[in-house]
Design a protein around this ligand. Structure first.
Ligand SMILES: *[C@@H]1O[C@H](CO)[C@@H](O)[C@H](O)[C@H]1NC(C)=O
Ligand SMILES: *[C@@H]1O[C@H](CO)[C@@H](O)[C@H](O)[C@H]1NC(C)=O
Ligand SMILES: *[C@@H]1O[C@H](CO)[C@@H](O)[C@H](O)[C@H]1NC(C)=O
Ligand SMILES: *[C@@H]1O[C@H](CO)[C@@H](O)[C@H](O)[C@H]1NC(C)=O
Ligand SMILES: *[C@@H]1O[C@H](CO)[C@@H](O)[C@H](O)[C@H]1NC(C)=O
Ligand SMILES: *[C@@H]1O[C@H](CO)[C@@H](O)[C@H](O)[C@H]1NC(C)=O
Ligand SMILES: *[C@@H]1O[C@H](CO)[C@@H](O)[C@H](O)[C@H]1NC(C)=O
Length: 919
């Protein structure tokens, strides 16, 4: 399952990365008005200044956007205020929030963005500014308040932008009084309960209307209104408006929208065919978006009538049929065609080469088959080609690109069997910027034509059969790269000692290759690094210390890293940004995996400053020492904590239960001791279905969980979010299983095996309603198996072997499915099916628990017995631990004469005993 998910998610990942890369370049439209020089010479009217000041007084402005608004100063020079050159009246007010979110859905950016928003009350005093013709309050947050009715009284208003400003409730019909309005944008608010929109047709001058994300499903007159929209409209965006009536009842075609140039009706889930009559007379239409509408069947022939159409977006629908037939019905001037995510079949027609106006063609995620016609190489205007995720086969040669001099975007990934065969000396006519050739056959030699592609920003050649040394020229060629993915090949070579010259790089993914050498010095721009599953040796370099502040995702798992982490990561140093800087304090790391190396040392103190840490995997290393209490306090976002197979010792801090998002806790195979405190088994995220924060998880990050007797790897955030696991197996835990454990109603995997737990299996465990796998084997549990366990309807793995359980095995519903006697093996006093021993009469004897403890001879018992040996050592080492200098000298001494690991073991045990003594 995990593998399949991994490949199918490839395109989704590309989309995400693309959005991210594009957003990084894209500025949220910052209208130049905000910085334009204000009113030539004339100072502002007192009345208007007073109005602005009382507006300011009721506004919440945490980041002091309006700090230039001071009494006694010329208000025409205030930020966002523009006065008329002629009259000196205030004519424009542009208070949009221009903070750009350009990283993943990263919380710090969201916090910063929120910080810069205006909120509070919008004072009607503004009405004194009678000549206002432009008002922009977009990208602020007015906390779901209603749009003030008085805005309808600005009788000179021509431009009104209230988009993404956190308004809620219904739209005041007074807006219909703004008869001079040319531009109205109410999109991306929480405007929901709109009963009537009959005020809309009154805006008779309107040229631009964006009501995207306004819920119009409750507008009883919406059908009528759509036929009466002002004929002046040139741009109409009704994206995600819940117009999910069938298309035919939306009488856009009988309206007078003959001037419409741009129309977007995306994500309204029409679920119908595109009616023939629709759009028929909108002959001026140049851009049409019908994406995400669940449209079915073939496009109508009348589409051809839209003779001015050059951009058509029909992506994410269920349009089906022969791609050649669809292309026949396209208007002649089509330049951008987006059919991503439909059900189109058959092969691309050879006459495609005549569609010479095409600039952008996206046919990805369909069911296209056959060869790619080489005539595609004649589309001289083509700059973007996406044929990924289809069933295309065959050879792509230089002919396919013969005249594509403008090609910048090339995506051919995830097809059935595409092989690129070009002459090793081929010099392509294009200079690509965005390239995705994942799962195409490019190898075995590293493609040499890349050498000419010095403009590359995005390069993915994952799983493309390359088994070669990485050429030396490669890193210089890609000096502009932001995103690089060469994963899942057999590329070898030593990584350069520094990659700092890749100064734009945001993500580098080289996982599952044969790279060796050390971890390179990284560009400070880098946010994501995946070097997992290579042969990276030596220790983590000191340079990582600077890196960890900008990196968000770091995966070095499955390598040969050894030794301690650099001191900066293990010391108490706090990462404080300079005071003027508004970015949050500390590291931005959210995902860290060092799984399966030979790293050692105590739990790195550096993580104290990683307030965004969400996923931490240190499993299969040699870390030792106690688990710090501060994990519960300093890592509030932690959802995955994986420390399996290390040498951690001491108690499990109950503070872990304070982690609201923790839903996978794997502490198995350590030397943890003490009891399982009732207050520990109180994880919110294992008790209720909760949201797991807004972190970003790239698809290469895997979550390894041992459940149902096997190790399973999970990929992608969606799937990882569904995993809920508590694994404390193979430690030295003692005492009873607390009854409170039964409260973990959403827990799916519970493994407490291989400890020294005693007492009864609590009846409350019947409350673990979501449990799929339960392993309590190899403990010293006694008494009867509570019949409540048969209520665990999702249970598909059970192991109660090697305890001292007794009595009749309950025969309830779910337990009956476990007919393999090995589930109960090693419990001498159990009887009844599925084991062969019959129960004598009905009586169940309660055995003497002490007797049973003595009788236990499992391996965990021996493991824990070795602690006795540690107690002996404690006599020697204990006092040394109290006197720090002494202990340092002592350990240095030991270091010289003993095996290092031996010292770690000793230290480990000593700490365990120290903890026990403290209690
Ligand atoms: C005011 O005058 C300046 C220079 O003459 C001009 O650039 C600017 O666009 C004018 N502003 C308005 C609002 O008319
Ligand atoms: C504005 O619109 C409202 C409701 O649509 C109406 O009652 C009111 O009279 C109008 N005001 C003006 C000044 O036109
Ligand atoms: C369309 O325009 C014509 C004339 O310009 C007008 O008579 C008619 O009422 C309009 N139809 C609608 C639905 O607005
Ligand atoms: C489109 O326009 C033609 C001619 O102006 C007219 O006869 C026809 O009825 C219109 N179609 C629709 C669906 O309104
Ligand atoms: C490591 O990479 C190899 C190919 O280089 C692959 O077969 C293997 O599955 C990968 N292992 C992990 C744990 O990703
Ligand atoms: C579990 O947590 C809740 C609140 O988070 C608290 O009220 C309750 O006392 C805790 N239970 C135990 C046994 O600590
Ligand atoms: C059940 O647990 C025992 C002891 O931990 C183990 O030896 C056995 O393999 C487990 N059984 C299954 C089916 O996983």
């Amino acid at each position: 399952m995990a593998k399949a998910t991994r490949s199918s998610i490839q395109c989704c990942r590309i989309v995400l990365i693309m959005i991210w890369v594009l957003l990084a370049q894209y500025q949220i439209p910052i209208s130049s008005i905000a910085v334009e020089p204000r009113g030539g010479g004339r100072s502002c009217k007192e009345r208007e200044r007073d109005a602005l000041l009382s507006f300011k007084a009721s506004i919440e402005d945490p980041s002091k956007v309006l700090s230039s608004w001071q009494t006694g100063q010329d208000c025409c020079r205030w930020r966002g205020v523009v006065c008329s050159n002629k009259t000196g009246h205030v004519v424009k007010l542009d208070l949009h929030n221009n903070f750009t979110i350009f990283n993943y859905d990263y919380e710090a950016d969201v916090i910063n963005y929120k910080f810069r928003t205006l909120g509070g009350e919008i004072s009607p005093s503004l009405l004194a500014i009678e000549h206002l013709n432009y008002l922009n309050l977009s990208y602020n947050d007015f906390g779901r308040k209603r749009i003030p009715e008085f805005i309808g009284s600005f009788k000179n208003l021509k431009y009104l932008d209230l988009s993404d400003a956190g308004f809620g409730g219904s739209i005041p019909p007074q807006l219909g009084n703004l008869t001079k309005l040319l531009h109205l944008d109410l999109s991306s608010n929480s405007l929901e309960s709109v009963d009537y929109i009959d005020w809309l047709p009154r805006l008779s001058s309107l040229k631009y209307l964006d009501m995207s994300e306004v819920n119009l499903s409750v507008a009883v007159d919406r059908v009528q209104v759509m036929s009466m929209l002002p004929a002046s409209l040139r741009v109409l965006y009704l994206f995600d408006c819940n117009l999910n009536a069938t298309f035919s009842s939306l009488p856009l075609y009988s309206s007078n929208l003959t001037s419409l140039v741009s129309l977007d009706l995306g994500y309204n889930y029409f679920h119908s065919t595109i009616p023939n009559g629709l759009l028929e007379n909108m002959t001026s239409l140049e851009e049409l978006g019908l994406e995400g509408n669940d449209l079915i069947g073939m496009v109508p022939e009348t589409l051809k009538n839209l003779r001015n159409l050059n951009i058509l977006d029909l992506s994410e629908n269920q349009i089906s049929g022969d791609i050649a037939e669809l292309m026949k019905r396209l208007p002649p001037k089509i330049e951008e065609l987006d059919l991503f995510g439909n059900n189109l079949t058959e092969s691309l027609p050879s006459w495609l080469e005549h569609m010479t106006s095409l600039r952008s063609l996206d046919l990805s995620n369909n069911s296209l088959s056959g060869h790619i016609p080489s005539g595609i190489g004649k589309l001289t205007n083509l700059s973007s080609l996406d044929l990924s995720s289809n069933h295309l086969v065959g050879i792509i040669s230089g002919d396919h690109f013969a005249s594509l001099t403008r090609l910048e975007y090339l995506y051919l990934s995830d097809n059935s069997n595409l092989t690129m065969v070009v002459d090793p000396n081929w010099i392509p006519p294009f200079k690509l910027k965005y390239v995705d050739l994942s799962s195409c056959n490019l190898g075995p030699h590293f493609p040499t034509w890349i050498r000419s592609q010095t403009d590359i920003i995005y390069l993915t050649m994952s799983n493309s059969g390359i088994a070669d040394r990485l050429p030396d020229w490669f890193w210089n060629v890609i000096s502009l790269v932001k995103y690089l993915d060469l994963s899942l090949n057999q590329i070898s070579g030593v990584l350069p000692s520094t990659l700092e010259f890749l100064s734009a790089a945001l993500e580098i993914n080289l996982n599952s290759n044969q790279f060796h050498g050390g971890v390179p010095q990284l560009p400070t721009s880098l946010q994501v690094l995946d070097l997992s599953n290579n042969s990276i040796t030596s220790t983590i370099p000191l340079s990582m210390c600077n890196q960890v502040q900008s990196l968000r995702i770091l995966d070095l798992s499955h390598n040969h890293l050894s030794g301690q982490l650099p001191q900066c990561l293990t010391s108490r140093k706090s990462f404080r940004a300079d005071p003027g800087d508004l970015t949050p304090i500390g590291s931005k790391l959210s995902i860290v995996s060092f799984r399966n190396n030979n790293l050692s040392g105590e739990f790195p103190l550096f993580f104290r400053d990683c307030q965004y840490l969400n996923f931490l995997d240190l499993s299969y290393n040699n870390f030792y020492g106690s688990l710090p209490i501060w994990i519960g306090k300093r890592l509030p976002q932690l959802a995955f904590l994986l420390l399996r197979s290390n040498m951690f010792s001491g108690y499990i801090p109950i503070q872990l239960a304070k982690l609201d998002y923790l839903h996978v806790l794997d502490l198995a195979h350590n030397n943890l001791s003490g009891t399982i405190a009732p207050s520990l088994v109180n994880f919110t995220a294992m008790t209720t279905v909760s949201s797991y924060g807004s972190y970003y998880v790239p698809d290469f990050i895997s979550l390894l969980v041992v459940t149902k007797g096997q190790a399973l790897e999970y990929y992608t955030k969606t799937i990882m979010s569904l995993v809920s696991s508590l694994d404390l197996s193979s430690n030295c835990l003692t005492g009873k299983i607390p009854e409170e454990i039964g409260g973990l109603a959403t827990l799916k995997n519970l493994n407490l095996s291989g400890n020294r737990l005693i007492g009864y299996i609590p009846e409350t465990m019947g409350g673990l309603q979501s449990l799929e796998s339960l392993d309590l084997s190899n403990n010293e549990l006694y008494g009867e198996i509570p019949p409540t366990l048969s209520a665990l309807t999702f249970l598909s793995y059970l192991n109660l072997s090697y305890n001292n359980l007794s009595g009749r095995i309950p025969s309830g519903q779910q337990l009956q499915t476990f007919d393999d006697p090995s589930v109960y093996e090693g419990n001498n006093d159990l009887c009844g099916p599925p084991i062969s021993k019959n129960c004598s009469g009905d009586g169940t004897t309660l055995n003497d628990p002490l007797e049973q403890e003595r009788g236990n001879d499992t391996s965990s018992f021996y493991l824990c017995m070795s602690l006795g040996f540690a107690v002996g050592l404690w006599v020697v080492i204990g006092p040394l631990l109290f006197k720090r200098t002494w202990s340092v000298i002592y350990f240095l001494f030991i270091d010289n004469i003993c095996d290092k690991i031996y010292v770690f073991m000793v230290l480990n045990w000593a700490r365990l005993i120290a903890n026990i003594k403290k209690k």
